[in-house]
Design a protein around this ligand. Structure first.
Ligand code: PLP
Length: 406
């Protein structure tokens, strides 16, 4: 049966061949990718990395070095985000302080952020989940007032903007990811961007000391890319989903991963896709607009609010069920109809046992993050979404959550 994957980037076999070919034969693809991402983010420097989590780990250790204050051992993290964030903090020898999330916006509760005791904090990390920007100017102001770093995590929001400024470009440093299911993908990959200064010097030193991407790993990603590029198509995705080793749709707390530079080969493809960023995002934005229109008045659902000055790119389209108990049956019905709806991260970070071990101080109330984890689900927005996706979703929602079901 045709199955619309939860997230993904459509590319043609020609893109794969031309992109990898450029990476292999044309020197300078990685440098061009760096230049493009620096210019996009407005940050002076960029270092491509093997993955977003590796980029984050390196940045945390560079921040420790640049702060030169061993008391600064805490990272402030939203209570609902990718598990890779606290895992990278653990790998860098840091502890995590969770800020509750506002279920209306998916953003950190800014009042709770202002209440934090910053005396041991190294950096604040944003989330910008599903391509929807956080209140980044406000976070930037809190970081500046308290003289701590701000790391703008744009792993899911390359191309999104707030008041014209690129997400990932706020604060001292930012992060992009090219993993599966992100804005653009080469199966694995990521990049650090940072403004000029002591932090950039520390990052540059640590990046220069890294090994290049391993040949075996790169060869494996190329094979997976070939499979992914073809099988992301709805006609084939049912097969991909069941393939072992692709690791699709899993959320694991993982502190063991390669810490190397980005492969030159893959950077050719990343560059090719990054040059088409606006076109790629435009399709997702249009699909999200249709879902928004179809679901705005749907029974038993709520849509997240987006700040008026924010331009989201909707890597996925997030929706909340009013009644948490209705989520599992709704997801089952959507998936049975071939629509890749997912519950996203299974737990609020405060409820993840591995995170509980590295919490700094007593955990603040996490009721918002828990509510998000219990009621959120995401819908696909990528270019393989069929034109009638929104109306099909609406019909299933009416059937599962409408008066007929109650
Ligand atoms: C995916 C993701 C990361 C980590 O990026 P990888 O490239 O998968 O290691 C970090 N933060 C957020 C919010 C993410 O979604």
């Amino acid at each position: 049966m045709a199955y619309v994957a939860p997230a993904g980037t459509r590319f043609r076999t020609g893109d794969l061949v031309a992109g990898l070919g450029a990476g292999l034969f044309k020197p300078g693809s990685r440098e061009e990718l760096s230049a493009l991402l620096s210019s996009h983010s407005g940050q002076a420097h960029c270092w491509p990395m093997v993955s977003g989590r590796a980029a984050m780990t390196l940045m945390f250790s560079a921040m420790k070095q640049a702060a030169a204050d061993p008391r600064r051992c805490e990272v402030v993290v939203p209570g609902y985000t990718c598990y890779s964030v606290p895992a990278a903090a653990e790998r860098a020898g840091l502890r995590v302080r969770l800020i509750d999330v506002d279920p209306r916006t998916l953003d950190m509760n800014i009042e709770a952020l202002r209440r934090v005791d910053f005396s041991r904090v190294l950096t604040i990390v944003t989330a910008n989940l599903y391509g929807i920007p956080n209140a980044l100017s406000q976070v930037e102001a809190v970081a500046a007032e308290n003289r701590v770093f701000m790391l703008d995590d744009a792993a899911q929001s390359l191309g999104a903007r707030v008041a014209g400024r690129a997400v990932g470009g706020f604060g001292d440093a930012g992060l992009y990811s090219f993993d599966k299911g992100k804005v653009i993908t080469t199966i694995q990959g990521g990049a650090i961007v940072a403004r000029a200064g002591a932090l950039a010097t520390a990052i540059a030193g640590k990046h220069a000391a890294l090994d290049g991407a391993g040949f075996k790993d790169t060869a494996e990603y190329v094979v997976k890319l070939g499979i992914y590029g073809v099988l992301l198509r709805p006609m084939f995705y049912g097969v991909v989903q069941s393939l072992p080793g692709l690791g699709l749709g899993q959320t694991r707390y993982e502190t063991v991963y390669p810490l190397t530079r980005y492969s030159t080969l893959l950077s050719g493809l990343a560059l090719r896709l990054a040059r088409r960023l606006d076109t790629i995002n435009q399709v997702r934005i249009e699909n999200a607009r249709r879902l928004q229109a179809a679901l705005a008045d749907a029974p038993g659902l709520r849509l997240p609010e987006c700040a008026p000055d924010a331009s989201p790119v909707f890597t996925r389209f997030p929706v909340f069920v009013a009644d948490a108990r209705r989520r599992a049956p709704l997801l089952a019905a959507l998936n049975a109809a071939g629509i890749g709806a997912t519950a996203s991260y299974p737990q609020a970070l405060g409820d993840v046992p591995e995170v509980q071990r590295i919490l700094a101080g007593t955990a603040e109330e996490q009721s918002g993050a828990r509510a998000v984890a219990a009621t959120l689900f995401t819908l696909p927005t990528h270019a393989y979404s069929p034109d009638d996706l929104a109306s099909r979703v609406r019909a299933i929602v009416d059937q599962c959550l409408g008066h007929r079901a109650s």
